[in-house]
Design a protein. Structure first.
Length: 405
């Protein structure tokens, strides 16, 4: 049985209750403890350090049982979290606001010695020069609208060899991305799908259109276009562009020299392809962007695509501040449950930030995390002061807090 040494943060407690999960108070308290502990624990995280922030029962088995054997469904919790978040966003959004669904993938890296953790494999890491890294690979979705930027869902990608005994169960990253698009519930009428070059296949672009989203994304240099009916790769075509054929586009204080192609691609009947350079003489390597919405001007396409960076920022916070990679559980069930709690924590923090950004001056998720960590330190001081008032000795206070003198 957990013995609380610090009161649950009221905002976290209220958030979990607002999800209306059909679980016992004990299960909800575990979620509150995890969200609170993940938020206020600095440095390396494990279940023991997370739970010890709020309780004097510091044995990691308490958290391990919640993740491994207690009866609850992480996918259901995720669905309710997303529904609640979209409802919150919708209540403050206007009809003409534009939302952005972002799809990408990321690795949760582990030391090569961790052979006992289920689901690990060697996956190529773009951030490490396409070197294979011992890791889990997740395809994730993220939603950005106005000042709000929240993670939606994640799906673990496993290589085809894992399903050699049942190949029909294998799903490639494109398939997982399509599942995430299918799940998407928009908060406003106009939404764009933002993707990098790994996901701009015709299949995904068309699937986005079927689900009410035009797509904007990078394309690879070998994509085929048909200027004046002539078949040619975009990279080869871009080498024939002269500087005076480009227009200047400014986005996020950056200046680009852009050539616009509108027409047929090898696998798309009609779209816009922007070829952009950062140097006026076009001597650098161009970036190729596609937009299925041909009504957008060049500046809008580029500025919209830049919002894809939100998912990269979220990955950084997930890993550097919320312990996404630092789980010490072994089963796939426990790992997925842990990830769902990290996503829950991030979503709570972002909703709290948006609601209190002006009064508490919270500009970033990092500001919000710092706010809760400072609040935790205030609670520690108050707890120690109360112990002193009740004649509890220093050694006992240190022991209760799990500190080392």
């Amino acid at each position: 049985m957990l013995t609380t040494i610090l009161n649950h943060n009221e905002a976290i407690n209220n958030y979990i209750l607002e999800l209306n999960l059909p679980y016992s108070s004990a299960l909800k308290n575990h979620m509150i403890n995890l969200v609170s502990g993940i938020t206020v624990t600095e440095g390396s995280k494990n279940l023991s350090s997370i739970y010890s922030k709020l309780t004097c029962n510091r044995h990691r088995s308490t958290g391990s049982r919640f993740l491994s054997s207690y009866s609850w469904n992480h996918e259901y919790v995720t669905d309710e979290r997303i529904f609640h978040a979209i409802s919150e966003i919708s209540s403050t959004s206007k009809d003409d606001d534009v939302g952005f669904l972002i799809i990408d993938d990321t690795l949760s890296k582990k030391d090569i010695s961790t052979k006992h953790i289920e689901g690990l494999d060697f996956h190529n890491s773009h951030a490490d020069g396409n070197k294979p890294m011992w890791s889990h690979c997740l395809v994730t979705s993220h939603y950005t609208i106005n000042d709000c930027s929240i993670p939606l869902n994640f799906k673990q990608y496993q290589r085809k060899k894992v399903f050699k005994n049942n190949p029909k169960k294998f799903k490639d990253k494109q398939h997982l991305a399509i599942e995430l698009i299918n799940e998407f519930i928009p908060a406003t009428k106009t939404n764009y799908l933002l993707i990098d070059s790994w996901y701009t296949s015709a299949k995904i672009l068309l699937h986005g259109l079927v689900n009410g989203c035009h797509s904007i994304g990078r394309i690879k240099s070998n994509r085929v276009i048909y200027p004046a009916g002539i078949k040619i790769g975009v990279d080869k075509f871009s080498k024939h562009i002269m500087p005076d054929e480009t227009s200047i586009v400014t986005a996020s204080n950056n200046k680009y020299y852009v050539y616009r192609y509108e027409g047929k691609l090898n696998d798309i009947e009609n779209a816009v392809v922007l070829m952009s350079w950062s140097k006026q003489d076009l001597s650098d390597n161009p970036c190729f962007l596609i937009s299925t919405d041909i009504s957008l001007d060049n500046q809008t396409i580029i500025s919209y695509y830049e919002k894809r960076w939100n998912i990269e920022v979220s990955y950084r916070y997930h890993k550097s501040s919320l312990g996404f990679d630092e789980f010490q559980v072994e089963s796939s069930k426990s790992i997925n449950r842990y990830w769902s709690m990290v996503f829950l924590t991030y979503t709570f923090l972002e909703i709290f930030r948006v609601k209190n950004s002006k009064t508490l001056k919270l500009k970033t998720l990092g500001d919000t995390i710092s706010y809760f960590r400072n609040n935790y330190l205030v609670q520690i001081v108050s707890f120690a002061h109360a112990c002193a008032d009740n004649g509890i000795g220093l050694d006992s206070v240190i022991s209760k807090l799990g500190l080392v003198a």
